[in-house]
Design a protein around this ligand. Structure first.
Ligand code: SF4
Length: 109
């Protein structure tokens, strides 16, 4: 897999958010850290392993935590954001609430 730089990875995250009708984190430093984490994981593993989770050793084992992860749709719907809080429900963003720690529900999906 060719490596991905920060700009390419930000484009990926922006496209995911746009396709799903989500917003990206409005915290510039937090967004930068997460996008850098995604890029690092791509360049390390060859796929966009969630930047907030550890690899279980293979793409097959990690399949539910490749961004956008399996629980992300329900997490954004129910909690207002994904596990990392990279992707935000627009209604949650408009509410002015801050993302909270949410359970890792990878095994439920
Ligand atoms: S929690 Fe899911 S959707 Fe959010 S950054 Fe991690 S893998 Fe992507």
């Amino acid at each position: 897999m060719p490596p991905k730089d920060y700009a390419q990875t930000l484009t990926f995250a922006t496209m995911v958010a746009s396709k799903q009708g989500w917003k990206l984190s409005s915290d510039p430093q937090f967004l930068k850290d997460l996008v850098e984490g995604l890029a690092t994981n791509w360049n390390r593993y060859g796929y966009f392993l969630c930047p907030c989770r550890d690899s279980d050793g293979s793409r097959e084992a990690d399949v539910k935590v490749i961004c956008p992860c399996a629980p992300s749709w329900k997490d954004v719907e129910e909690f207002g954001h994904c596990y990392c809080a990279l992707y935000i429900n627009p209604a949650f963003a408009a509410s002015g609430k801050e993302p909270q720690s949410i359970p890792d529900r990878r095994d439920q999906f």
